[in-house]
Design a protein around this ligand. Structure first.
Ligand code: AMP
Length: 401
């Protein structure tokens, strides 16, 4: 059922409580190294402010202990960056739904913005049902907006109990434009894919992605496997994997997925391996399943990359989660790069191409392909759960159109 969005609600002089995902990466000095998550929320914030509304923003940042304020996890740098992006002052409340939040929200003029301190400074955020905490947030605003796609798979208080409490007293609870866009791309791709539908799965562990592989094998035409997780499949086929990262307790599962997948499940034919986890190690390219003792696989080999690129170029829909190798360390970025180039070429030919968040999004951004694909998701865990076919309670709770 389609959900109401922020533009379906009258904004004039109304206070909007917007759950955003401003969980941005920071360096040791606390400077924001990538503000994409802030920029992605701007359309929703602008829609509120430009129509004479007031925005109260809340987010988590990192993993504080939940026992009160911790400087390292303060949203102060985020509020500052948001002010620069909006070109207007952005206030920071020192609490999350407490006296300072209420005072600052009440004092807002039309077009004003306040950011509340990190929701995870409060134990009630994770518990989800702490009435005083939930009430403090629910009573601050006239309208609730969920624009935190990266957190949609978590039913924490600001994502679920707060909109529930606001709805009980008749306040609207709607989604923001980012959540709307993410849900549209991911759910459309899964429900009505243009074929061939190709999934590319990589990264470290098979165990993280079992549910995704299962679901995608049922709906995709090809599931291409890369990254370290390919070596557990190789072991399942009786191959030699040297000192590669493998999950021995997942061999039976890999056997089962190979049997279930048939020709849909495509495994690497060669591997770029090295005798040390370093760019300057001794390297060789070997056939899959023939990694010598003392060597570890760090990337798909060139034949695999070529074969995967050909399948990707002829796709109608592509979803990609997890790099093909250690993309952070050249030359083991080569497989991920070839695949990224093929995804960009498929996009240019009219395919719908979706990059899951997390490391795949980082890889595609770092390699300069972010503007040449249809959609780069802001949510790692959330996009994986959508690819697993799960529905989000945090979105279900929002008002239907
Ligand atoms: P994930 O979070 O499961 O998507 O895994 C992403 C991480 O897997 C990245 O940091 C990659 O460097 C790493 N990775 C990919 N392939 C390999 C490999 N063959 N050996 C070790 N790490 C890998």
């Amino acid at each position: 059922m389609p959900k109401k969005t922020v533009s379906d609600v009258d904004a004039k002089d109304k206070i909007f409580l917007v759950r955003v995902d401003f969980n941005v990466p920071q360096d040791d000095a606390g400077d924001i190294t990538d503000d994409r998550r802030i920029r992605m929320a701007l359309p929703t914030i602008a829609s509120i402010l430009n129509r004479g509304g007031k925005a109260v923003l809340m987010s988590h940042l990192g993993r504080p202990s939940g026992k009160g304020f911790e400087q390292a996890f303060s949203l102060a740098p985020v509020a500052k960056r948001l002010g620069e992006l909006l070109g207007k002052p952005v206030l920071l409340a020192s609490d999350t739904g407490g006296a300072d939040s209420h005072a600052k929200a009440k004092a807002l003029l039309a077009g004003g913005v306040v950011v509340l301190e990190n929701v995870r400074f409060n134990a009630g955020e994770k518990k989800g049902n702490d009435a005083a905490y939930v009430n403090g947030l629910a009573t601050i605003a006239d309208v609730y907006v969920n624009d935190a796609f990266g957190t949609c798979h978590r039913t924490e208080a600001s994502m679920h109990a707060v909109p529930v409490a606001m709805k009980v007293v008749g306040k609207p609870a709607v989604c923001g434009f980012l959540v709307e866009k993410e849900m549209q791309y991911l759910s459309e791709a899964i429900a009505r894919p243009k074929r061939p539908f190709v999934a590319i799965l990589g990264g470290k562990k098979v165990s993280d992605k079992i549910a995704v592989i299962n679901n995608l094998l049922a709906i995709c035409d090809h599931v291409l496997i890369g990254g370290a997780m390919a070596y557990t499949f190789s072991l399942a086929e009786g191959g030699k994997t040297g000192k590669s990262l493998v999950e021995k307790d997942k061999i039976d599962l890999a056997k089962q997925l190979i049997a279930q997948g048939g020709t849909k499940l495509v495994l690497p034919v060669d591997t770029h391996c090295a005798d040390d986890f370093s760019a300057s190690a001794n390297k060789q390219i070997v056939k899959a399943g023939q990694i010598p003792d003392g060597f570890e696989g760090l990337d798909i080999g060139p034949d695999t990359a070529k074969q995967y690129a050909a399948i990707i170029r002829s796709a109608g829909t592509v979803v990609w989660n997890g790099p093909m190798g250690v993309f952070e360390m050249p030359p083991f970025d080569a497989g991920t790069k070839t695949v990224a180039e093929a995804v960009a070429q498929a996009t240019a030919k009219g395919a719908v191409t979706i990059i899951g968040g997390g490391d795949s999004a980082a890889a595609i951004e770092q390699m300069g392909y972010a503007d040449r694909v249809s959609h780069v998701s802001t949510g790692g865990g959330a996009s994986l759960e959508m690819l697993e076919g799960k529905a989000f309670e945090t979105v279900a709770v929002l008002d239907d159109k």
